[in-house]
Design a protein around this ligand. Structure first.
Ligand SMILES: Cc1ncc(COP(=O)(O)O)c(C=O)c1O
Length: 434
């Protein structure tokens, strides 16, 4: 893949502004926040930012105990800095660690252009979801079209539709977006969609996607990237489940193939450390990062520094290799969970359902063989104490579908077996008309 990547000549000069929404182009930096982003220096009298006195902060020292018994100490100075207002892009120490991690994991062709205004930048976000929300508002205006894999991450549809943009799915299978279908759709766009504008952005979840648990093959990744180049599309690569990939080596991210600077990549610590930490990071061409930072200045300001300092301590303690081992441990746990649910599904669901084995993440995407509307199953299961999600939520412009999403990450083996048994019973009853 690396050779293939290097042989592609970058497209020069993507005009990022032409992708930005009318609303986001109106945003400018707030003068108050601009001064707050300066690193405080002992020689400067700092009367500009609304910084509270440090004596107010209630926490003076923190000791974090890790699962293996290791203790990490956060001293008085660190706690003082942590509890103060921070930098829009994230704490400098963590920011540096994440740039190193991005380089180590993806080695993006656009990262090593420090003086290039369009080179890669990184912003620490308050989780993946909020970064996606802001970014959709940056790249979509009313009347725009967003292309997605089908099925897609359902919550995304609920962000995009109120913007007034249309979400259109491209047929996908267990190897990802079917590139020939995507090519055909874009080549003959006006025949397929008489009123919808041509899409200029693709949103995708290439590894362990929610809801399908699929991981795109290397070939599909390169093919989809090439199609986006041909049709001058930006790519929002939401790789929330990247490190949960059940096998190693990890697949090449779209960012790692991105010779042009057309990929906006979203990582999160939710699936690899803890969702309560509410931290992620966006790796994208600098003009996108700058606009995101502008939006942050009037919204989030910056992600919780208590969370940032915890993650920074972990990364400093583990180093990149230790962090990657944490990813392997998480992947092994989820693989164990996947094996449980596959065992249960094989025992109780085989006659009524079909599915593909998940390759990463925490979801089994199940199709009922003879039931067109899976929401009836969802309702009946709820009455019997089994909560599952109807699949039509994940399919743009569809209200009825034969799919459900089973989230297997947290339940015990016994719960997964009980759930599959009940789902099977309900499906059989519905098939028989009761
Ligand atoms: C595909 C996908 N993207 C983003 C998110 C949001 O992640 P975060 O917890 O970082 O906000 C989720 C959460 O389930 C997800 O499944």
């Amino acid at each position: 893949m690396a050779n293939e990547r290097n042989s592609i000549r970058p497209t020069n000069g993507i005009k990022y502004e032409s992708y930005f929404s009318k609303l986001s182009l109106k945003r400018t930096r707030t003068p108050l926040r601009a001064t707050g982003d300066n690193i405080p220096s002992p020689d400067v009298c700092y009367l500009s930012g609304g910084f509270p006195p440090a004596e107010m902060f209630p926490i003076v020292h923190t000791e974090i105990t890790l699962r293996d018994g290791t203790k990490l100490n956060l001293d008085k100075d660190t706690m003082e800095e942590t509890q103060q207002y921070g930098d829009t892009y994230g704490m400098a120490g963590l920011h540096k660690c994440l740039v190193d991690l991005v380089r180590r994991v993806h080695n993006p062709p656009t990262l090593n252009k420090p003086n290039d205004d369009n080179g890669l930048g990184v912003l620490i976000s308050a989780g993946g979801q909020s970064a996606l929300h802001h970014c959709f508002n940056i790249v979509l205006s009313e009347g725009d079209t967003l292309l997605v894999q089908n099925p897609t991450y359902a919550t995304m549809i609920y962000i995009v539709q109120p913007i007034g943009a249309t979400v259109i799915g491209v047929e996908s299978d267990k190897d990802g977006i079917i590139s020939s279908k995507m090519e055909e759709l874009l080549e003959n766009w006006e025949q397929h969609h008489k009123t919808a504008r041509r899409p200029r952005v693709l949103y995708c979840v290439p590894t362990g996607d929610n809801p399908r648990g699929a991981s795109w093959s290397q070939t599909r990744r390169q093919e989809v990237y090439n199609i986006c180049r041909k049709y001058e599309m930006l790519i929002m690569e939401d790789d929330a489940y990247y490190f949960t990939h059940f096998t190693r080596p990890l697949p090449p991210s779209l960012l790692s193939l991105d010779v042009d600077g057309r990929v906006i990549r979203f990582d999160t610590f939710s699936k690899i450390l803890a969702p309560g930490i509410r931290l992620g990071y966006v790796s994208a061409p600098k003009p996108v990062i700058e606009l995101l930072a502008t939006v942050y200045q009037t919204s989030v300001l910056f992600p919780s520094q208590l969370s940032q300092v915890f993650v920074l301590s972990l990364l400093r303690h583990w180093g990149n290799e230790g962090f990657l081992r944490q990813g392997e441990r998480t992947a092994a746990l989820l693989k164990r969970q996947a094996n449980y649910i596959l065992e249960a599904a094989n025992k109780y669901l085989k006659d009524v359902c079909e599915w593909d084995e998940p390759k990463a993440g925490m979801f089994l995407w199940v199709k009922f063989k003879r039931l067109a509307d899976a929401s009836l199953v969802v309702e009946k299961c709820k009455q019997r104490g089994v909560l599952i999600v109807a699949g039509h939520f994940a399919i743009p412009q569809v209200r009825v579908a034969p799919f459900v999403r089973l989230a297997f990450g947290m339940p015990t083996k016994e719960e997964l077996f009980r759930a599959c048994k009940i789902i099977g019973e309900v499906a059989r009853e519905l098939e028989q008309g009761s």
